[in-house]
Design a protein around this ligand. Structure first.
Ligand code: GLN
Length: 279
């Protein structure tokens, strides 16, 4: 039977044409097969797999070689301090979105019971990260997709998070006249003609979580226009956007009467999150 070291070597070489994270992908699939942390692979490179483990690894590797995202093969993805269940019904949480969480936490007081709204929560990544860091706050997490909300609910339960409620809502449609101290959202924002939609992991994600009209801004426009009616005095909006949409999003915010509009870069150096204050 092959050793951990040899198997990783072979799998990485095979994966090189599928992904630019070949070695990492091979390691994550092997960790999942062995039910071990990544440090185990580095500590015990000469350990051999048994027959069952080898068969499982081969099956999972074959799926990755077909292009299926690692997060779908493993059924989970790490985000912030949480391990989140993911499925084909939600966007796979991305590290870029941790910037939005970091900014939100930088302005939410530690001890005040803020009411926070997460629009289009998907797997619940943003809502749950804020909820766990600010136990005095209450988060309302919405999604138009009932199956996405089901995943988010399961993630709350798996991570023992209770200061959150879920609502099936098309942006603000079911929120009536509720108002919040903060609105956060990572809405779809990719242009419908973007060639990246034909490549890599996004091919396996729900198009409704990715694409938003000709210029990618249809949903962001709706959210920004409707937000003032749902924010308390001096309430804050934080919205994720595409790397080339900062100027457009900041202009929309100003048009809707927001002040102190500011844009922030993600850790990859791309403009990613706009933040602004309601009057
Ligand atoms: N950031 C994602 C991507 O570029 C898109 C997610 C989104 O539209 N909110 O693949």
């Amino acid at each position: 039977m092959a050793t951990i070291k040899d198997l990783l070597q072979q799998a990485s070489t095979q994966l090189e044409t599928t992904t630019d994270s070949a070695r990492l992908d091979a390691e994550l699939i092997l960790c999942h097969t062995l039910k071990k942390e990544r440090s185990f692979l580095h500590t015990w490179p000469q350990q051999e797999l048994d027959q069952n483990q080898q068969a499982t690894f081969n099956t999972l590797l074959a799926r990755r070689l077909e292009g299926e995202p690692v997060a779908h093969i493993l059924g989970e993805r790490g985000f912030w301090s949480l391990n989140l269940k993911v499925s084909a019904d939600t966007l796979i949480p991305r590290p870029d979105t941790e910037k939005l969480v970091e900014l939100a936490l930088s302005v939410i007081p530690q001890d005040k019971p803020w009411q926070i709204l997460d629009l289009g929560t998907g797997s619940g990544a943003i809502a749950l990260s804020i909820a766990i860091e600010r136990p005095h706050c209450h988060i309302t997490a919405t999604d138009r997709s009932a199956s996405a909300l089901e995943i988010a609910r399961q993630n709350a339960a798996l991570n023992h998070i209770t200061n959150i409620s879920f609502s099936e809502s098309d942006w603000f449609s079911e929120l009536e006249d509720q108002t919040f101290d903060m609105i956060v959202s990572n809405p779809p924002y990719i242009k419908e003609s973007d060639p990246h939609l034909e490549q890599g992991d996004v091919r396996f994600e729900p198009v409704t979580a990715l694409v938003s009209g000709k210029d990618g801004l249809d949903d962001i426009r709706r959210i920004i226009q409707q937000s003032p009616a749902h924010l308390k005095e001096n309430g804050i909006i934080l919205i994720e956007h595409g790397y080339d949409q900062a100027a457009a999003v900041c202009a929309l915010l100003k048009e809707s009467g927001f002040h102190s509009v500011e844009d922030f870069k993600d850790d990859g150096g791309n403009p990613r999150v706009a933040m602004a204050y309601h009057v």
